[in-house]
Design a protein around this ligand. Sequence first.
Ligand code: FE2
Ligand code: FE2
Length: 282
Amino acid sequence: MLKKEKDDRFEKNDSLRVLMVGDVVGKPGRDVVIRRMRDIRETYEIDFVVCNAENAAGGSGITPEIYNAIVQAGVDCVTLGDHAFRQKSFLPVLRSNDQRVVRPANLPSEAPGRGWTILEAPATEKRPAVKIGVAALLGRVFMQTQGDNPLAAADKLLEKFADVRARFLDFHAEATSETQIMGRYLDGRFSAVLGTHTHVATADEQIFPNGTAFQCDVGMTGPFESVIGRKIDSVVENFRTSLPTSFDVASGDARLNGTIVDVDPALGKARAIRRLNFGIDD
Ligand SMILES: [Fe+2]
Ligand SMILES: [Fe+2]
């Protein structure tokens, strides 16, 4: 039997440890978050959870009830993407003063909601409390919803985060090239640039030379026996015949995909990054 060796790269010490959870899809995705987030937080000693929940309501958008359930389960900040405004019932939450939910910052200024927030991770035995800036941006390549130039928008976000060292960006984009451009552009200026939207985790997690943790996509939290969360037969039928079919959320093999980033709390530089792939019954 192989002896499991201790991995020194993931010694926590005084690091701020943040988990970014990939797009939550429908009830299977919600179930993993709601039933297992406390366990995940404890097992991996997570200090702060950011969770993209843009597909949490039947695969499209989020409702106030679902949002409350996800926050109560142990999510500190919810991010949204191109489906941010799909559920009308959620618009009042976006218009409210709630600081825990963020939609892409490069959408029109008339759109409801905030594009960035500053929250706090509580003190631990090894470090004081840490302020955390979280923002979301929408990519433009292969994206139906078109936002303003995301690089210019990122520069504006950095002005808001001038007094915050730990800075996290959810870059909601389709093309890995666009996400790499964003990551390289922000290297040394954000603690982490992590992609969402494709629902497929990429194996390129790394720390860039100036200290930004990066991954093209952190993946999906939802049913993995599916096509990016939808029932296989109906989406295949749609692509085979071009006839409209209902893209219902699938049900099998609910998993949480996310990425854990350790950050130097004083400098805001990333110290470690690793992927998480956690089944509902793990
Ligand atoms: Fe999504
Ligand atoms: Fe999306």
